[in-house]
Write a protein that binds this ligand. Structure first.
Ligand code: IMP
Length: 430
């Protein structure tokens, strides 16, 4: 009985939401294990578009259990707002089908205030964060002054912890000449949602142990992408969590052997939002075409995504360091109509050839892609439902990607619709 972790193998926005949805027809439980409402997963089901940020994608399917694990940072107001939005769209959400780990850390308003202030202070060196306070909440967690879901159970504990947390933040705010944040403000903010949040709170690791023992299949839903990982990404232009599948165990409260298959969601070209190195970026007509055809605007911030050619060197690195068993290749149709396609097979950095992206910030900034060029195709691949429907040049492109990244394409997605999916390996949930 296989459990699958679904993670992004590039810089996020690879189309994880749809793939998780496709797979959740077979899995009974969907778990988020890192990140927060910086994520944006779009699902189109029977013509209805759901934009999820914090809720696991399994929530759109009746009868599934959705778990927000301890590794997620949760803005309680954003969570309740999202629950209300999808409820208005007709979904049933209740404490039986949604469990919020009692030991998950909370994002408070002070975190987004600080996130935005710190970005402003970085000036040209800004990371381009989503401004949602993700990094600040993780900082507080690691500094052991964070507020967790279970802290809402005791007013006294909550007040005491808020005081300690604000001792730290107010010192910084004072230094910047900004207004200090009052304990009462954060306390009142939390009290206004406390009962509702606590109604979803539960011992997530125990629920997962129970469902696992009952033989149910579990899907671990990653957010962001491999190169936004705080260790393996293009540091410091990264998010503040480990986005690799290895984080699924710690962030959900299960052992690492619980993950049987790691599916790396991979776009047929490359995009990135925010600052940071991007060797195959195309700041030209090609980039514009990819962005327009691929509707490359952020689900969370609406920002225009940077676009470029497929980078096989990068994805191969994600396969190796992230333990990716196979990939789901998405948005192949966006490449329809190009005369030729380029694939990055290595980098040239200061006169030397590299078959990987080194960690040094300077080397990453200087990495020049070495391309192979392949013929494109003029036919449409949009909505294709079998491999035989693809033009020969598209099949060659897919096959070559498999060779270069040293991992099989397990699944091909040819439109946002659930049914427009070609399964190449149907084994991984068996
Ligand atoms: P943060 O996660 O808001 O701290 O932002 C850090 C970096 O991660 C920025 O470059 C963001 O644009 C990027 N980022 C965060 N979440 C996502 C996502 O879901 N998709 C793509 N990029 C993201």
């Amino acid at each position: 009985m296989a459990n699958v972790a679904v993670i992004g193998s590039q810089w996020g926005d690879e189309g994880k939401g749809k793939i998780v949805d496709v797979l959740s027809s077979e899995a009974e439980v969907v778990v988020r294990f890192q990140g927060g409402h910086n994520a944006g997963h779009t699902l189109v089901i029977d013509g209805v578009t759901y934009k999820l940020h914090l809720l696991p994608s399994g929530i759109v399917r009746p009868g599934k259990l959705s778990v927000i694990g301890n590794g997620v940072v949760v803005d309680p107001h954003a969570l309740l707002k999202e629950i209300n939005t999808v409820k208005e769209q007709g979904l049933d959400i209740n404490p039986d089908n949604l469990v919020l780990a009692e030991n998950a850390s909370l994002i408070l308003s002070v975190h987004s205030i600080m996130d935005q202030a710190m970005e402003a202070a970085r000036g040209k060196g800004k990371i381009g964060t989503t401004g949602r306070g993700i990094g600040l909440a993780y900082e507080d967690k690691v500094a052991r002054r964070g507020i967790r879901v279970c802290d809402l159970e005791s007013n006294d504990v909550l007040k005491e912890k808020l005081e300690k947390m604000l001792d730290h933040h107010n010192l910084l705010l004072k230094g910047w000449g900004a207004d200090e944040v009052k304990v009462e403000t954060l306390y009142d903010e939390l009290m206004s949602v406390s009962d509702q949040i606590l109604s979803y709170s539960g011992v997530a690791w125990k629920r997962l142990d129970e469902v696992h023992k009952a033989g149910k299949k579990i899907l671990f839903e990653g957010a962001q992408g491999h190169f936004l990982d705080v260790d393996h990404g293009t540091y410091p232009f990264v998010t503040s969590s480990n986005t690799v599948a290895g984080a699924a165990a710690a962030g959900a409260g299960v052992g690492p052997s619980m993950v049987d298959y790691v599916l790396g969601i991979t776009k047929a070209y490359t995009t990135r939002v925010g600052s940071g190195p991007f060797p195959t970026e195309q700041e030209n007509d090609v980039g514009e075409q990819l962005g327009t055809r691929g509707h490359e605007f952020g689900t969370t911030t609406g920002r225009k995504r940077r676009c470029g050619w497929f980078d096989a060197t990068l994805v191969r690195q994600a396969v190796k360091t992230g333990g990716i068993s196979g990939i789901a290749l998405t948005k192949l149709d966006v490449l329809d109509g190009f005369d030729e396609l380029k694939i990055c097979v290595a980098y040239e950095i200061d006169g030397e050839r590299y078959d990987y992206l080194p960690s040094s910030m300077i080397k990453q900034a200087n990495a020049k892609p070495i391309y192979e060029t392949m013929p494109g195709w003029q036919e449409t691949t949009y909505g294709a439902r079998s491999y035989g429907d693809l033009p020969a040049a598209a099949v060659k492109y897919v096959k070559h990607i498999e060779e270069l990244i040293e991992a099989p394409v397990a699944l091909l997605s040819t439109s946002p619709e659930r049914d427009d999916t070609i399964l190449m390996q149907d084994l991984f949930l068996d």
